[in-house]
Design a protein around this ligand. Structure first.
Ligand SMILES: Cc1ncc(COP(=O)(O)O)c(C=O)c1O
Length: 341
């Protein structure tokens, strides 16, 4: 069992010994000169995995999304975004402040975009209207409990966006969770995107980093925008080596995270003072509604049981499984919730 049992997010993981050794052994160079061999191999691997021509190593998922919007959208153009998307809620107004974009929000149903609503949302440029130049999707969907957008919906939305002259960017921070849960390769999801980003520092267990993937021409421009945002890093191969290690060793095991969060959800479904959004969460994230204060529950879980989780609102809590959570941690959490709820 881990102390504390940290179920706040899959971003809280610490690199294990094998990953640290891979980092220690990394060959490095100045990545602004594109001279870092480890970064170059990682970018090539990311491009292969996503089926894109090129990839760019970035500091974070937030930075990847900022670069993506800045590269796709001219100032004043529209971006279609889920009202619950990470880029809408948690990136500090990035579409407005960095990309200078107008956002038009759509409502998804449990994380799944409503195709008809989106179909009616594109604007062509005219004397009166800015053009809609980008549709952003999120798979898996963080605030919708790790929901997976089905491949068919990706295909439909991609064709729809292109028919309206708009590009598609996928925030695939957790696309490997979607891939492992469905058995659909990442490149199939990526096929229906112009650009995709995925995170190394979530389920894959790395300390830092995301990859932004797209056409060679687009990535060239994205590299300029990364530099402008201060994301041109130098001997960053130490971090790329962690990513290479994770892509080799930490993907298939995501199914264990999914199984553990499902075990927790099934147990919570039997309790009285707390209800899971789903007794069968699709991936590694579980949201629950509490009858009493979520904040108070989290405080007691931490103080009395050494369990960390996030109160997302007055009566919503979130639990996230990851590489540093084992079966005993889940059993201990179930016991604690049985006693408190
Ligand atoms: C869906 C999604 N996109 C982007 C991000 C941002 O990633 P980072 O924390 O690396 O900036 C997150 C972080 O949790 C996320 O859940």
């Amino acid at each position: 069992m881990h102390v504390p049992i940290d179920l706040r997010s899959d971003t809280v993981t610490r690199p294990g010994n094998a990953m640290r050794e891979a980092m220690m052994r990394a060959e490095v160079g100045d990545d602004v000169y594109e001279d870092d061999p480890s970064v170059n191999v990682l970018q090539q691997k990311a491009a292969e995995i996503t089926g894109k021509e090129a990839a760019l190593f970035t500091a974070s998922g937030t930075m990847s999304n900022a670069i993506a919007l800045k590269t796709h959208v001219r100032p004043g153009e529209e971006v279609l975004l889920d009202s619950e998307a990470h880029s809408m809620i948690y990136e500090l107004g990035m579409p407005a402040t960095l990309a200078l974009a107008l956002t038009r929000q759509f409502q998804s149903v449990q994380g799944i975009p409503d195709v008809r609503q989106i179909a009616g949302s594109f604007h062509q440029e005219s004397l009166h209207t800015p053009r809609t130049s980008l549709l952003v999707l999120e798979n898996t969907h963080n605030r919708a409990g790790g929901a997976i957008i089905p491949l068919e919906i990706h295909r439909t939305l991609y064709e729809l966006a292109h028919a309206h002259g708009a590009a598609v960017h996928l925030d695939g921070a957790r696309i490997f969770n979607a891939s492992v849960a469905t058995g659909i390769p990442v490149c199939e999801f990526a096929r229906y995107t112009d650009t995709i980003t995925f995170c190394l520092s979530k389920g894959l267990g790395c300390p830092v980093g995301s990859l932004l993937c797209g056409s060679a021409q687009w990535i060239k421009q994205a590299r300029r925008n990364r530099k402008m945002l201060g994301g041109g890093m130098r001997q960053v191969g130490f971090l790329a080596a962690a990513g290479l290690y994770a892509l080799e060793h930490n993907i298939a095991r995501l199914k264990e995270d999914h199984q553990r969060i499902r075990t927790l959800a099934e147990a919570v479904a039997q309790m009285k003072g707390i209800q899971p959004d789903s007794a069968a969460p699709p991936t590694n994230i579980l949201y629950c509604t509490t009858e009493t204060s979520a904040e108070a529950l989290c405080t007691r879980l931490q103080a009395e049981y050494g369990i960390l989780c996030n109160a997302m609102s007055a009566n919503r809590v979130r639990f996230v499984a990851h590489i540093d959570i084992d079966d005993d941690d889940i059993m201990h959490t179930i016991k604690a919730l049985q006693e408190l709820c």
